[in-house]
Design a protein around this ligand. Structure first.
Ligand SMILES: *Cc1c(COP(=O)(O)O)cnc(C)c1O
Length: 236
């Protein structure tokens, strides 16, 4: 692990991006996933606008940010690029207006009240804001997300709101899990998604998998992996 970290630090951003893309392609192939069915979201929190620009020059389009103020500052520096911005951090009620104005996706929705605000605040001249509900499958107190039994009612309430498009579910497993436990969590998220689809919702996104558990998430059906460290190296 320490060894891997040293090697990662020595790689250029282009080499890291090639490695991650190759790992996604290989996982799709090994686990009978359709080629191109897993989208790479580059998590750029605490990384500089220059680092984002380097990956954008190599064709990376999707970037994820956790902090609104930090994201808005970098977006201003990168306004000449056509990037797709994803908000993946904890939503604060007083930040929904800025989130609605500055992002294309939100992965971390957990309250209907926040969805109502985003719906009212999303401007008519922008496409609908894409949303995933964040699910907390292990009942970890320290972490955000809906309990599984809240998902159906919340999804139904969010799906009818104008200016929003409910796309799917997102989760962050606890850090101490082994591979079998990670697989169980990701598989449970996929099953919850299938239940919602059977109930009539048109969902196409499972946002799961980070640098340390990407392949397992792809096995379980991830359509979007959120990768920070493996792309940018350790966060400053
Ligand atoms: C930071 C973060 C990531 C990326 O994590 P890495 O381990 O650096 O790949 C993914 N998802 C969320 C919600 C994050 O906050």
């Amino acid at each position: 692990m320490a060894h891997t970290r040293l090697i990662l630090q020595a790689l250029s951003p282009g080499q890291r991006l090639s490695r991650v893309r190759a790992a996604i392609t290989q996982a799709e192939h090994l686990h009978a996933r359709a080629p191109g069915s897993v989208r790479l979201l580059a998590v750029s929190k605490r990384q500089s606008a220059d680092a984002i620009r380097e990956l954008a020059a190599l064709g990376q389009r999707d970037f994820g940010e956790n902090y609104v103020q930090e994201a808005v500052a970098k977006q201003a520096e990168l306004a000449d690029l056509a990037l797709c911005w994803h908000f993946i951090g904890r939503i604060q009620g007083n930040k929904t207006r800025e989130i609605a104005a500055h992002f294309d996706w939100v992965h971390s929705l957990e309250r209907v009240k926040h969805a109502q605000r985003l719906s009212a605040q999303r401007s008519d001249d922008r496409p609908a804001l894409n949303l995933c509900l964040q699910i907390n499958l292990e009942g970890e107190q320290s972490k955000g997300g809906l309990a599984p039994e809240q998902v159906a009612a919340t999804a139904a309430a969010v799906a009818v709101l104008p200016r929003l498009r409910l796309r799917g579910l997102m989760t962050i497993p606890a850090t101490h899990l082994d591979a079998a436990q990670q697989l169980a969590v990701f598989t449970r998220l996929h099953e919850l998604q299938r239940e919602l689809v059977r109930g009539g919702l048109n969902l196409d996104t499972l946002s799961m998998g980070m640098s340390a558990d990407m392949e397992i998430a792809i096995v379980a059906g991830a359509t979007m992996v959120r990768i920070g460290t493996a792309l940018f190296g350790p966060r400053p």
